[in-house]
Design a protein around this ligand. Structure first.
Ligand code: SF4
Length: 232
């Protein structure tokens, strides 16, 4: 399935962003110095929402690297989310921490890089092939599981037909009542939610999308289309 993402190249350099915004010297320094830990990645749709003149614009702070990210704190080793998660990972791609509910770590890829993200993996991997089969098998065999959360990364990143296949497999499991998708795609690539994608998602009802809008300025009118789409 083709989607609106093909038109949405990403901004990754000082020069590209400098064509759109008046960049403060601290921001330029942050972009260059943070490249090794998590490079800047901003979609063009999101860049349109940024205040071109205010380096303190909260929407800029979400995506433009800061050298503050390079600070090292004494408890950095103790607060290691991945180490904690590993205790609840029976197989690749599944985190089973609470009774009845699992996280399906569908992909590590994302449309953009939020600076607060703690999943800054450099290599993008998506659960597919035998690893996906094994994860589905785990869900099928554990009849207490009624709630499956597709998460990542952003599950909408990557091939949409493949995501449709994974959703269909999980939907076929009789004891799974709730499927949820955690995503920031409506923030970073709103144009991808066209009629075809909405129609594809509507096959898997009841389906819940947990959309992370972390600032009111992120909620805008669709500039190309004033109709509100619903999964009906
Ligand atoms: S969308 Fe989520 S997983 Fe992706 S970079 Fe942002 S916070 Fe991290």
């Amino acid at each position: 399935m083709k989607d609106g993402r093909s038109k949405n190249e990403v901004i990754t350099t000082v020069d590209q962003l400098g064509e759109l915004l008046q960049l403060a010297s601290e921001e330029q320094e942050g972009i260059r110095k943070c490249r090794a830990i998590m490079p800047m990645k901003i979609t063009r749709s999101y860049a349109k929402l940024l205040d071109p003149n205010d380096p303190h614009d909260p929407l800029r702070r979400i995506v433009i690297p800061s050298t503050d990210e390079l600070a090292i704190y004494p408890d950095d080793d103790i607060v290691d989310n991945h180490k904690d998660e590993a205790k609840y990972q029976p197989i690749d791609g599944i985190i089973h921490r609470y009774p009845g509910k699992v996280l399906l770590m569908y992909t590590t890829g994302c449309f953009a890089h939020c600076r607060f993200c703690f999943r800054s993996e450099k290599v993008v991997f998506t659960l597919s092939g035998r690893r996906l089969d094994r994860a589905i098998e785990y869900l099928r065999e554990n009849e207490s599981i009624r709630d499956v959360v597709f998460t990542g990364g952003d599950p909408f990143y990557g091939n949409i037909d493949r995501l449709g296949h994974a959703l269909a497999e999980v939907r076929r499991i009789p004891h799974v009542e709730i499927i949820r998708i955690t995503t920031r795609a409506p923030v970073y690539v709103p144009q991808m939610f066209d009629d075809r994608l909405v129609e594809m998602l509507s096959q898997f009802k009841p389906l819940f999308m947990l959309i992370s809008f972390i600032h009111p300025h992120l909620i805008t009118l669709d500039q190309n289309n004033d109709k509100v789409r619903t999964i009906g």
